[in-house]
Design a protein around this ligand. Structure first.
Ligand SMILES: *Cc1c(COP(=O)(O)O)cnc(C)c1O
Length: 437
């Protein structure tokens, strides 16, 4: 009888003692190394690999393993704020700030006198410099938290539980999350007014009672209504709100401070404040191009009321957010802004350079702002058009390159690809096309 070959699978202790595995323990936790070893041993036990291959495979696996499996992706979709890719990529300044924030930092300490200071002082100063019409500002975890905090603090806490909102603004912000559900989850009651396509000032006026805690205007960032429609301007709502002594909350969504000529219809934080909003809400990681954050800008009175609400502690931004947000605001530009304003001729030249080297074609292709902002606005540009079969190897290779697949083609739009990565894309394409040939 021949011995069971499975009995020759190297033991865990023998594998742990290998030089390469011992070296990996400087980078990887012991349980992660053991998990890798067990997985390889099990595939030998199952007969998927030979026992003689185990040592070699364990070495290869520990050498490739990394403490995080999150991979960087070259975004060749042409979609600037890609929710599945983590929304806004950060500027170099914001990336540096994250590294600094990773250690001990003077987050709540004044180094001059050694006393405790206010958290987020510098991020707030940068926000107020960007929005001089605001008296005060507060940063929380994300836009949804900002909206929940503002509506809850102004209505439920003030014993005026109703918030008036137009039926045209009861939007779903993505992945099954709806603003009305979010707002009412803390006990706020929505007083819906108007019709989906039309709401006028009298609709709002008729709805205001002693129970009204505030008027809420939400910019429907991800859809738009055409045809027979109307809504009420922030300025008119602000006058109405003042008449009845209720606060006006405006959620602009995307985080533009002032109008951007590339997105002529995207409302801004500055305009909402000048029109008389008491508090304006926006996200940090959409068109502002910063980290995930919820920004609240407005009057001293309203912001200080929000800052002292218990939910403000639950929604508190961490040191990474505050550092990256401040750096985003103080740096000259952001990758989001650069991608939005990229010169189509430059995009064409870059695309042609790659396409010609691999015998592909360049086609006209519209980029998009994507998640939360500039709904439906095409951003004219170009893409390299390839065989659809290349999409998967591009996506699963290293580095991962995410193309847009449409109409049976694999399109590479370089709008959101840093120019220094063009060479990486070209090399990867050459490798794949060679393998093919
Ligand atoms: C995106 C968006 C939100 C949600 O903000 P998050 O930062 O994603 O939590 C809320 N309101 C509007 C109008 C938005 O566009």
């Amino acid at each position: 009888m021949s011995p069971d070959p499975r009995r020759t699978i190297p033991s865990t202790d023998r594998l742990l003692a290998l030089d390469q595995v011992a070296a990996a323990s400087k980078r990887l936790a012991p349980q992660m190394i053991r998990r890798i070893i067990t997985t390889v041993q099990e595939s030998a036990r199952a007969g998927d690999i030979a026992p003689t291959e185990v040592t070699e495979q364990v070495i290869a696996a520990v050498e490739q393993a990394s403490p995080t499996r999150l991979s960087s992706v070259l975004n060749a979709t042409g979609v600037i704020i890609h929710t599945n890719l983590g929304r806004a990529p950060l500027s170099d300044a914001a990336r540096d700030a994250l590294i600094t924030a990773a250690g001990y930092v003077d987050l709540e300490l004044d180094l001059r006198d050694g006393k405790r200071s206010k958290r987020g002082t510098w991020a707030k100063a940068a926000l107020l410099a960007a929005a001089p019409d605001a008296e005060d500002a507060l940063v929380v975890n994300n836009g949804a938290a900002a909206l929940s905090l503002a509506t809850t603090a102004l209505s439920v806490r003030a014993d005026r539980p109703e918030v008036v909102i137009s039926r045209g603004e009861l939007v779903e912000i993505g992945a099954g999350f709806r603003l009305p559900d979010l707002i009412t989850s803390t006990g706020v009651q929505l007083r819906e007014v108007g019709a989906t396509n039309r709401t006028n000032l009298d609709d709002y006026r008729d709805a205001i009672t002693e129970r009204t805690g505030g008027i809420l205007k939400v910019h429907p960032s991800n859809y738009w209504i055409g045809g027979f429609n109307s809504d009420v301007e922030t300025k008119q709502l602000a006058e109405l709100a003042r008449e009845h002594d209720v606060p006006l909350i405006v959620d602009v969504g995307s985080g533009l401070f002032e109008r951007d000529p590339a997105l002529p219809n995207e409302p801004t934080i500055g305009e909402a404040l000048r029109a008389g909003a008491d508090v304006v809400i926006a996200s940090g990681d959409k068109l502002l191009g910063g980290p995930q954050a919820g920004l609240l800008l407005g009057t001293r009175e309203v912001i200080s009321g929000l800052a002292t609400h218990p939910l403000a502690r639950a929604f508190r931004a961490d040191k990474f957010t505050l550092a990256a947000l401040e750096a985003t605001l103080n740096a000259p530009s952001t990758p989001v802004r650069d991608a939005l304003h990229i010169d189509p001729d430059e995009l064409h030249r870059r695309s042609v350079r790659i396409a010609e080297a691999v015998g592909a074609e360049v086609v006209a292709h519209d980029g998009r702002v994507g998640g939360g902002g500039g709904a439906g606005v095409p951003l004219p540009g170009w893409a390299i058009s390839l065989d659809e079969a290349l999409a998967k190897p591009l996506r699963t290779g290293s580095p991962a390159i995410l193309p847009r697949v449409t109409d049976g083609r694999c399109l590479l739009d370089l709008r959101c690809v840093p120019v220094e990565a063009d060479a990486v894309i070209l090399q990867r394409l050459q490798e794949l096309l060679e393998e093919d040939a």
